[in-house]
Structures are given as structure tokens and as C-alpha cells.
Design a protein around this ligand. Structure first.
Ligand code: ADP
Ligand code: ASP
Ligand code: MG
Length: 451
């Protein structure tokens, strides 16, 4: 039995948390590979450094080292501390190089923001060693996690990663060693770090589970499992016992931050079940996500919201009769790798939903479309996509009517609808100012009471 266990930022965020996590790992039977995020706050700190070239780099290095060394001083003493310090110092030299490298290098941000995981993994390996376990910290470079794609939005190459990990990580398991692997990034064909987007350690763990044919992936975080809504918006959100891969994938893609949007695919491909568990309450059962479909009577299971989006509406006479024109528009947007969260068409308009940050680039790209075809482009900023997920949602009669009546109760205007794209979810767009009201109303009417 091989388990991949991933621990997020808060789960490794302090000396106490690291000890708690080390106990969870030590108690797990069978072979295990651990994937970790940076200590909480560290990646935000590094992103801030990347965005502010005026910061004093010596101070940055001191602050970064201090945060980790303060925790290490609470954890280690004597020879263990000395040994830890030697490895820490050699990693800190690499950190200094990354932070003072040429900012025009396209991989500067990836090389810098992926630093946090290199230090949290080292600390966790030492905590385990101190407890008498055999454990090593292993970077994505050394583990053989390969990535492709543009800076800050890499994807793993599953096949090459599988052969890399078979050579580099599997032998450690055979020797009874627990590898602690850095989450969040892989290396590209030039050996440069490529990050998987914010929150990417969940995806790293799923990639590792796929690569080593694990029997189970456990995502350990700071809440009891996958909940019926973001507990920060709905404090009485309910923990979901079981979900299928499709439901979890839709919710993660459309804003449920508990899983990185791309976590499901690598495990679904190999039918590896996934559990979401609370590292602060390890005895709680968590949520099991697997390939089974189990119907429940509740109309809705969970609601998520993808915020900070914009609708770009392109008007052109009878565009519906000109599919080549629609294809050209989509091709143009695809060239710049902008994610389109939803598309809808009418006789003379095509509307796209993209992230607020991608609007400028998309408009520039569309302006390059050849002469006179586009009559007008309108942009509506600051909207959000609500994703409502339930078992066989669209097979149930009148579901959309019920959901939209709840939206009306929240006094929100529906700006765009994408029902039917997936049989488990109903997605629609509302103004950002109404997100909390809509999620709360849907939750109250169809989840809170239905249970
Ligand atoms: P980690 O550092 O462990 O990866 P994250 O902060 O990335 O943790 O994700 C966990 C957080 O996701 C929770 O604390 C919660 O606030 C938020 N969240 C949003 N939607 C959901 C949901 N549907 N179920 C559980 N947590 C959610
Ligand atoms: N440390 C990275 C981040 O904060 C990756 C992760 O936490 O999953 O985005
Ligand atoms: Mg996360």
C-alpha cells in the first residue's frame, strides 16, 4: 500500500504544526511519499519580493532565513541542529542566487517563488529523523517532476515524471525511507523550475500519486474536508462525506480553494481515491473523493464561486451564421493562453468569461483581428461565476428554476448562464457585489436545510 500525503501551508506553518504532521506521517502504515507546501505566508512573501524590485535584498534574505530558523530553533538542538544548519545554509546560498538573479529572466518568478517548499520539506524531514524515522527532503529536481508550459502556469508531464520518479523515488521507498518532496513546481526541459499556479502543491501531490501508482492520495489541510461551501463565507457549511471525481473537479475549477483546480485529473486517470483531511483533527474521517457515483436526496451538494472575472462581449451582425469568424476569435484568444471560463452566443454576439487580469491582453489580441468584422466589443468587469454542484443535477426536473429563484431572492441579476456543459453542475454569472448573498441564499435554501 502506497499513500501520497500532502500537507498545506498551515499544516507545516509552525513548530507545533510540523510535529503534529510528523506524527500523522509516522503513524501511517505502509509506504508513504510526502509532498509539502511552503510554510504559511512564505509564498506570499516571495511573490511580494518578485513584484517589488525596490526591496533591499539583504533584508529579504534575512527575513526569509529568520522565519525558518526561528521555527528550527524550537524543533532541533545539538547535533541535529548542526546537521540541519549545514543543509539549510547550502539551500540559503541557492536562495540568495535566485533572489538576486536577473529579473528579466522569464523564469525569475518561478525560481524565486518555488523557494519556500525547499525549506519546509527540509524541516519536516529533520523532524521525522529526530523521531527515529528514515526520511530525506527531496526537491522536485531530484524527484524527477517534469513540467511543460509557460512561466508560472506549468503543467506536469505525467509520463516523463513517472519514469523520473520510478528511478529516483521508488528505490527510497524500497529502503524504508520517507521522501519529503517539494510541492508547487516541476522542472522544464531546460532544468528550470516551473510553478503550477498558486495552491499548486495539491496538483504536485496528485502528479506524484499518478507517477508512482499510489493506492491513495491524502490532502491534509486546515478544514474537516471538502465542504458544502467556503467556510469563510458560510460558517455553518457542512462537511461532505463522499464525492465523485467530476463533482470535485468542477468545484475546484470554479473556485473551491481547498483543492488546486487541476488536482483531480492525475488521480482520476489511474482511479486513485483521494481523501481531504484536517491535519489539526487527524481522527476526523474527512471527505473521500473517488469514481463512484452515489446519489443523495439533497438538491445541491456544494457551491463555489470563481471571483474577479469579466465578460467580454463581441458584437458582429449575424455572427451565429459565421462559424469561421467565431473560430478565429477563439483561436486568437487561445494564442495568448487565456483561460475562457464560459462562452455563450446569440445571433449577433459572442460573450466570453475571462479573468479580470486577462482583459487587457485579450482586447489587444482581438484588435488584431482583420478588418471590419467586429462591430463592437463591450467589457463588464467584476463579475463572478457561481458553480452549483449536485448529483445528476440536470436530470432533475425544475432544478434550474429553483436555483434561479434563490438567486432572485438574493436580489442578484444573472449575467450569463452555462447550464448543461457538465451533468453535475449549473454555472451562472452574477456581479461580484452579490456573490456572498447568492452563495448564502443557495446554501440556506438547498443545502443547510436539506441535510
Ligand atoms: P492548504 O494550505 O492546506 O493548501 P488552502 O488555504 O489552500 O489550504 O485551502 C484550504 C481552505 O480552502 C480552507 O481553509 C477554506 O477556507 C477554503 N475553502 C474554500 N472552499 C472550500 C470548500 N468547499 N471546502 C473546504 N474548504 C474550502
Ligand atoms: N506554496 C504555494 C502557494 O502558496 C503552493 C501551495 O501552497 O500549494 O501557492
Ligand atoms: Mg492549498
Amino acid at each position: 500500500m502506497i499513500t501520497v500525503m500532502k500537507f498545506g501551508g498551515t499544516s507545516v506553518g509552525s513548530a507545533e504544526a510540523l510535529k503534529r504532521v510528523a506524527n500523522i506521517i509516522a503513524q501511517k502504515e505502509g509506504e508513504k511519499v510526502v509532498v509539502v507546501s511552503a510554510m504559511s505566508g512564505i509564498t506570499n512573501f516571495l511573490v511580494n519580493v518578485a513584484e517589488n524590485p525596490q526591496l533591499n535584498l539583504d533584508t529579504v534574505v534575512d527575513q526569509f532565513a529568520e522565519k525558518h530558523l526561528m521555527t528550527a530553533a524550537q524543533l532541533f538542538e545539538g547535533d541535529t541542529y548542526e546537521e540541519f544548519r549545514t543543509e539549510f545554509d547550502s539551500r540559503l546560498e541557492k536562495f540568495k542566487k535566485a533572489v538576486s538573479a536577473d529579473r528579466n529572466d522569464p523564469y525569475y518568478v518561478d525560481a524565486l517563488t518555488s523557494q519556500g517548499e525547499r525549506f519546509s520539506s527540509l524541516m519536516l524531514a529533520y523532524v521525522l529523523r529526530d523521531m527515529g524515522e528514515k526520511s530525506v527532503a527531496i526537491t522536485s529536481e531530484d524527484a524527477g517532476i517534469y513540467a511543460v508550459g509557460a512561466p508560472t502556469s506549468g503543467s506536469a508531464d505525467l509520463l516523463i515524471t513517472a519514469s523520473g520518479m520510478t528511478m529516483k523515488v521508488k528505490p527510497l521507498l524500497a529502503m524504508g525511507v520517507i521522501p519529503i518532496v517539494t510541492g508547487f513546481y516541476g522542472i522544464n526541459s531546460e532544468g528550470r523550475p516551473l510553478t503550477f499556479g498558486r495552491g499548486g502543491s495539491d496538483y504536485s501531490a496528485a502528479v506524484v500519486a499518478n507517477a508512482i501508482d499510489a493506492d491513495m492520495l491524502e490532502i491534509w489541510t486546515d478544514v474537516d474536508g471538502f465542504m458544502s461551501a467556503d467556510p469563510r463565507i458560510i460558517p455553518d457549511a457542512i462537511k461532505i462525506d463522499e464525492m465523485n471525481f467530476g463533482e470535485a473537479a468542477e468545484l475546484a475549477y470554479f473556485g473551491a480553494k481547498v483543492l488546486h483546480p487541476r488536482t483531480i485529473e492525475p488521480v482520476r486517470l489511474k482511479h486513485i481515491p483521494l481523501k481531504v483531511k484536517n491535519s489539526f483533527k487527524p481522527d476526523e474521517p474527512g471527505t473521500l473523493i473517488h469514481h463512484l457515483r452515489k446519489s443523495k436526496n439533497a438538491l445541491l451538494k456544494s457551491v463555489a464561486a470563481k471571483t474577479d472575472l469579466s465578460i467580454i462581449t463581441i458584437s458582429s451582425a449575424e455572427i451565429a451564421y459565421r462559424p469561421a469568424m467565431v473560430a478565429r476569435i477563439i483561436d486568437k484568444i487561445a494564442e495568448i493562453n487565456v483561460i475562457i471560463y464560459s462562452i455563450s452566443t446569440s445571433l449577433s454576439t459572442v460573450a466570453f468569461l475571462v479573468h479580470n487580469n486577462d482583459v487587457k491582453l485579450t482586447l489587444r489580441q482581438l484588435n488584431g483581428l482583420s478588418g471590419g468584422d467586429i462591430e463592437r466589443i463591450d467589457v463588464k468587469n467584476n463579475v463572478a461565476l457561481i458553480c452549483a454542484v449536485g448529483d445528476n443535477l440536470l436530470d432533475k426536473c425544475g432544478v434550474s428554476g429553483d436555483i434561479f429563484s434563490a438567486v432572485k431572492d438574493a436580489e442578484a441579476n444573472v449575467e450569463m448562464i452555462s447550464e448543461g456543459a457538465s451533468d453535475v453542475s449549473l454555472n451562472f454569472v452574477v456581479p461580484m457585489s452579490k456573490v456572498v448573498d447568492v452563495v448564502r441564499t443557495l446554501h440556506e435554501k438547498y443545502i443547510g436545510e436539506a441535510e
